[in-house]
Design a protein around this ligand. Structure first.
Ligand code: ZN
Ligand code: ZN
Length: 133
């Protein structure tokens, strides 16, 4: 079980599952979205995810001509959880306030397009492009 919220606290959620690893996407779109080296997320089944409050504050933006979409708090701008695919949500790892104590980075994706100043120093598996098993 884990809980998390955005910076202003308007949007909060809980996850009723053991969290698996953290995925870090280093692609240029995620970099612009966060202003950082990319975004770190945890992927959970829809069944394990529940909004505690603030769903009405969530805004979304889809990048034209791509399948990339972001969800964020309309009040404070923090990225918030969104649809990873039909059956799973992605949760920005930095939002998790409780229950993420054992999390580790397990995968880096789009490593071939990472920023030149972005040095990967953990033991997560590196994928040149999208995640491949
Ligand atoms: Zn907020
Ligand atoms: Zn990305």
């Amino acid at each position: 079980m884990a809980t998390g919220e955005c910076n202003c606290g308007a949007v909060a959620f809980e996850i009723c599952a053991d969290l698996s690893g953290v995925f870090v996407c280093h692609c240029p779109i995620c970099r612009r979205a966060t202003g950082s080296n990319g975004i770190a997320v945890v992927v959970v089944d829809n069944d394990a995810f529940r909004w505690i409050r603030g769903e009405e504050h969530i805004a979304t933006w889809k990048k034209p001509h791509t399948d990339w979409q972001t969800w964020f708090c309309g009040l404070c701008g923090s990225p918030v959880p969104g649809a990873n695919d039909e059956s799973r949500m992605f949760v920005p790892a930095g939002l998790i306030s409780d229950g993420g104590e054992t999390l580790k980075v397990t995968h880096h994706v789009w490593v071939d397009s990472k920023a030149c100043w972005d040095e990967i120093g953990d033991s997560g598996r590196q994928h040149a492009e999208a995640f491949e098993k």
